[in-house]
Design a protein around this ligand. Structure first.
Ligand SMILES: [Zn+2]
Length: 63
């Protein structure tokens, strides 16, 4: 799968990976006892733009 690795704001091609976890977990709506999923972020290392956010475990959001 092709993945765009370039910042749309400044054109920088060095994209870092970040992870939001703990209190920033993304929890499925209406599922109280679910652990939810950490959030993965692609961050431009030049200007700091967060290019995309992605749930680490998308299957948790299936109804
Ligand atoms: Zn940038």
């Amino acid at each position: 799968m092709f993945e765009e690795k370039k910042c749309p704001e400044c054109g920088c091609e060095e994209i870092g990976k970040g992870k939001l976890s703990g209190y920033a977990n993304l929890a499925p709506v209406g599922k109280f006892f679910s652990m939810g999923s950490a959030i993965l972020a692609d961050v431009c290392t030049n200007c700091g733009l967060i290019i995309r956010l992605r749930a680490e475990k998308p299957d948790k959001f299936k109804s």
